[in-house]
Design a protein around this ligand. Sequence first.
Ligand SMILES: Cc1cc2nc3c(=O)[nH]c(=O)nc-3n(C[C@H](O)[C@H](O)[C@H](O)COP(=O)(O)O)c2cc1C
Length: 399
Amino acid sequence: MRIILGVGGGIAGYKAAEVARLLGQRGHTVQTVMTAAAEEFIRPLTFAALTGQKALTDLFAIENAIEHIAVAQQNELLAIVPATADLMGRFASGLADDFLTTLYLAFTGPVVVAPAMNVNMWRHPATQANLETLLARGHVVVGPEEGWLACGMTGAGRLSDPEEIAAAIERAGNPRRDLEGETVLVTAGPTQEPLDPVRFISNRSSGRMGYALAEAAVARGARVILISGPVHLAPPRGVELVSVRTAQEMRDQVFEQLGPATIVIKAAAVSDFHLAKVHPQKMKKTAARVSLELDPTPDILAELGRKKGDRLLIGFAAETENLQQEARRKLESKNCDMVVANLVGGTETGFESDQNEVLLVTRAGETLRVARAAKREVADRIFDETLKLRLALHAADER
Ligand SMILES: Cc1cc2nc3c(=O)[nH]c(=O)nc-3n(C[C@H](O)[C@H](O)[C@H](O)COP(=O)(O)O)c2cc1C
């Protein structure tokens, strides 16, 4: 693919060089365009060396006076890394006062925007309004991530991982619509089982894997119903969100929403236990030992296994040991078509991470290892295998 990499003047500019390198390594041609501010942070020579093409900077100092139009026409995708608050504002309002913003207006292909800025700049209503405008134009926005920012603050504003940005660029340039006509029901996040009006039992699930699955399914053309426990994530655009808190609420909503679903993915980490008796008032601190009596929660996956009909049912197994055996056991005992198994606890992937590394155990008898990758990538692999599995199961039914 021929890609324009637009670089804004932010502290994350050096990471744009890594994105340029990754895209080149994957066989894409990259033309860098830098704002004047970007040149304060990283030199055009870095991009020229990485991409083999001179980085374009100045609208007026070029031989061919309409080069911005030619660049717009000769390339297939425009990616902005990092997108400054200023660039987002200029794009949103249609200003064209330098090479990159003029090119943006002349460009008609897909646009990917990877913002990075101070958390307060990101949260400012002006930036959020500009974001809405860019999203409404159908641009793909990658990140920003939560984390430590160069300004010393912590929060949303950090540029997404270069690998993730490169993958999003490739997806935007080659959109697959192979889930069109499907209705995907995804459950995500933890559940909270109340102890008293202010306390609850829960787990470390962040909901990221389920949200990545919902996002991937929407991007591939599915109708998506996302039933989510309490998480700190914005729902992906285009999903129908149903928020729940307890395992019982999760169960009730799953069966309420099941009707139209053709694929059901149970990525939620539903509590296995809930309090036998919820205290109506806040429990008082005492010096004495307190015992809690726990009852099992409804087994949603097993009930789905009994009631799924023609639907494909995909379960998750988060284990701390014996991954493959546990996944196969779960597949058989819960009548799943696929179990996605991941190791949790003490690993760099899993619950609270942006990345995951999983085994896919299928009813067709296969076990596939998906190497460590961004959860959105893993989500796409899960759908690739789900669609293959459907074909294999259909073929088996016809024999
Ligand atoms: C040290 C420093 C770091 C900056 N980092 C960012 C940043 O990460 N994100 C951002 O939106 N602006 C950042 N700015 C402000 C932009 O550089 C400024 O808004 C500039 O006008 C952006 O120009 P451009 O959008 O044309 O690249 C930073 C400024 C300085 C001096």
